[in-house]
Design a binder for this molecule. Structure first.
Ligand SMILES: [Fe+2]
Length: 301
């Protein structure tokens, strides 16, 4: 594996396609101090400050981390990495994690505007009780395999999730599936319905007031399949499209090659959004359940 100063890099134990990067304590210590130069308001109000915190992180690795992260994400064989902290302390709190996630995101590209929170990132909680209008916060339901950004005009090349806090959580594991590991990829990709335009729109909480049209499957520059799909947002135009989506959903969920992992608090997962699907298993019922996540989606530069 790659050897980069300040980091410990290993292959994920569940998937050879996921690279695990651990930030060593001495690097965390330096980041904590450097990040104190800017408060969250500066990060939120001044887009250039986001690049400054990213540069702090890259400089600590002699500018090798940015190239490495981009290589992983663009490589069809991998396309996914996790970043964990060697040790969680009082100083690696939620504010630190927002800054760290901002830094990682700006080494990869530019975040998209998140309409749900009207910022470049979104923090949201999953609790026992929920009255929202999407599966995102439904703790006791599977969040089925999907990609992000299916209903917005912006390109979503990658997505990042950071676990900020977690209490009384059993279940709720991260589920990942690489298109090339999916048993039915060829069959569904070669079905002409998958290349037809579907209509995509989102529920009220997403704050996106338009509909868009695009197919489920695309072809990349090397002729390999890419996918843009989530179960809740495409509106089938006819029986044929409805049946296609049902089959797609059933075959994705039935895959035996899903990678199911539990991510610790303070960890981040980033995946290429064109050939990795992601989801979450249901939580076990607990009145005091709490998980807080941060998400950033964006495009490559
Ligand atoms: Fe998602």
């Amino acid at each position: 594996m790659k050897n980069i100063s300040g980091l410990l890099i290993t292959k994920n134990s569940f998937s050879k396609r996921i690279i695990d990067i651990k930030i060593k304590n001495e690097t965390i210590y330096e980041l904590v101090n450097l990040f104190k130069n800017f408060d969250l308001t500066a990060i939120e109000y001044k887009p250039f400050t986001r690049f400054t915190v990213a540069k702090y992180l890259d400089d600590l690795t002699y500018n090798r981390l940015s190239k490495y992260l981009n290589d992983i994400l663009r490589d069809r064989m991998t396309g996914c990495f996790t970043i964990k902290l060697e040790k969680i302390t009082n100083e690696t709190d939620d504010i630190f994690l927002v800054k760290l996630s901002t830094a990682i995101a700006h080494l990869i590209g530019i975040p998209n505007y998140d309409s749900m929170t009207e910022k470049f990132y979104a923090r949201f909680t999953i609790k026992h009780q929920d009255k929202s209008d999407s599966y995102l916060r439904k703790a006791y339901t599977n969040l089925d395999l999907h990609t992000d950004g299916t209903y917005v005009k912006e390109i979503t090349d990658w997505l990042m999730m950071t676990k900020i806090e977690e209490k009384n959580a059993k279940g709720g594991e991260s589920v990942m599936l690489h298109l090339d590991d999916w048993e039915h990829c060829k069959e569904l990709y070669n079905d002409p319905t998958g290349r037809e335009n579907f209509t995509w729109s989102s529920p009220k909480s997403k704050n996106v007031d338009y509909k868009i049209e695009h197919p489920v499957f695309f072809k990349d520059d090397n002729g390999l399949p890419q996918i843009s799909y989530i179960d809740q947002f495409p509106k089938p135009k006819n029986m044929k499209q409805g049946q296609f989506l049902q089959k797609l959903s059933d075959y994705l969920e039935a895959s035996k090659n899903k990678v199911i992992t539990k991510l610790p608090v303070g960890s981040t997962i980033v995946a290429n959004n064109s050939f990795w699907l992601h989801g979450r298993t249901a939580f076990l019922k607990n009145q005091k359940l709490l998980r807080e996540l941060l998400r950033i989606r964006g495009k490559f530069i």
